[in-house]
Design a protein around this ligand. Structure first.
Ligand code: GLY
Ligand code: MN
Ligand code: MN
Length: 435
């Protein structure tokens, strides 16, 4: 199916689910703005603009202050903010593939956009222009409706899947270029530059700041430094791409020939663990169970390599795998890299918090067809997390000399994006980046 047809079906689904959400939450209409830019405090510089994600869910048009009006049984109305401007480039709308789905009009100023909105009775508003919304008589960001809309974002349409797949193709190309740069001895900054050059985007167009970590820096989970060290022996790269507002989120850990062979063997073991976890994904499985399985497999690997002296069940039960694998196994993926509603029990927003022993688990949801999420087990040597175990009652269960020898290697994370089908799942990443 072509993109315009995929988008029409996507828009139909947005309309259907919005009408249901409005009916359930007592509103007659929904206004979503793409939002206003954030200007840094005491500065005249703006943060890179991110549209309201709920707006991006309906329309891939870039830029601030656009207004979308959704009413049951009506074609959605799009008031496009299109100022005359000599400071910033303003491009004409043209005829994008998505335009046929909306009744579009243009406004030259923000005030004009809101004046055109007119009176929309019993309407909810989603966005960060709350004062303007309240002045227009709209109810800004009602929690129950927001929870309903967030919930619908967990079930991807074919159009959304196409966007994520294209973002994966770009990300995979970037990863191949980054790997080649790393193996040629490049620095973190040079590897990052190889990545963005190949993806063909500016840094702020990435879905999240790329993590390019050589050697021990791989143990800093969200390392964003870009240092000058060259000829690293191991690289952890976590980098994605964005297409029409949808993200891919991919991590690989690569070892160079001069890496400690014991760490290279651990990377190979984690590769097997990650593939097995991906294969275990099926609808009807709580994501928390997959996370638990991840701990068991990582504990098994740590035992096999002599780092832990405990069987996997006992190690997990006593929390011995947690300092090595402190984050969640994954998260929903879509418009936001950590997509919403991972900790919702249902559309009404009842919270489903993570268990106390896994506070960073970002999704506690049941795995269901239509979801896209990441599977990203990690194994790190993080001194601050391991330190308490050197002295507590479990200290004899670790080979501390080996831990110390492997600490300069940092850590391992391997991350793919999965789409859940009716019976199992499809790995979106491996198709384009097999290793
Ligand atoms: N790139 C951030 C994450 O994997 O969650
Ligand atoms: Mn991720
Ligand atoms: Mn990632």
């Amino acid at each position: 199916m072509d993109l315009a047809s995929l988008f029409q079906a996507h828009l139909g689904e947005r309309q259907r689910s919005a009408e249901e959400a409005l009916a359930r939450t007592g509103f007659d209409a929904l206004v979503i703005s793409s939002g206003e830019v954030h200007t840094y405090f005491a500065d005249d510089q703006d943060a890179p603009f991110h549209p309201t994600p709920h707006f991006a869910h309906w329309c891939p048009m870039a830029g601030p202050h656009h207004l979308l009006v959704v009413r049951p049984g009506k074609t959605p109305r799009l008031i496009r903010y299109a100022p005359e401007d000599f400071w910033y480039e303003q491009l004409p709308l043209g005829s994008p593939f998505w335009a046929g789905g909306f009744e579009i009009e243009e406004a030259g100023t923000v005030e004009d956009a809101w004046a055109r909105l007119g009176s929309v009775p019993r309407a909810a508003y989603i966005g960060n222009e709350s004062d303007r919304a309240a002045a227009a008589g709209l109810e800004p960001n009602p929690a129950l409706l927001t929870a309903h809309l967030d919930w619908t974002r967990s079930y991807k349409t074919d159009y959304e899947l196409q966007c994520i797949e294209e973002a994966t193709v770009l990300g995979a190309r970037g990863h191949l270029a980054a790997k080649a740069a790393f193996l040629a001895g490049a620095s973190e900054l040079e590897i990052h530059q190889a990545y963005v050059q190949t993806v063909g985007c500016l840094d702020h167009e990435l879905p999240y700041p790329s993590i390019v970590a050589l050697n021990e820096k791989g143990a800093t989970l969200h390392y964003e430094g870009k240092r000058g060290l060259k000829k690293g022996f191991t690289m952890l790269i976590d980098a994605g791409a964005q297409v029409r507002g949808y993200a891919s989120d991919i991590t690989r850990t690569i070892t160079a020939p001069h890496c400690d062979s014991r760490f290279a063997a651990l990377v190979a073991g984690m590769e097997k663990v990650q593939r097995e976890l991906c294969e275990a994904v099926h609808p009807g499985m709580p994501y928390g169970d997959l996370h638990h399985l991840g701990h068991l497999k990582i504990a098994g690997l740590l035992q096999e390599h002599g780092i832990l002296k405990a069987a996997p069940d006992e190690a997990v039960e006593k929390g011995l795998s947690r300092p090595f694998f402190p984050h969640g196994l994954g998260h929903h993926l879509g418009i936001q890299v950590h997509d919403v509603a991972g900790r919702q029990l249902g559309p009404d927003g009842t919270p489903a918090p993570p268990p106390p022993q896994h506070p960073f688990l970002r999704t506690t949801r049941m795995i269901e067809a239509g979801q896209v999420f990441t599977v990203e087990p990690g194994l790190y040597f993080i001194p601050m997390l391991l330190r308490p175990f050197r002295e507590n009652e479990h200290r004899d269960r670790f080979d501390w000399a080996l831990v110390d020898e492997l600490t300069p290697c940092g850590g391992i994370r391997i991350e793919d994006n999965l789409f859940v089908t009716g019976a199992s799942s499809r790995n979106l990443t491996r198709k384009h980046l097999p290793n």
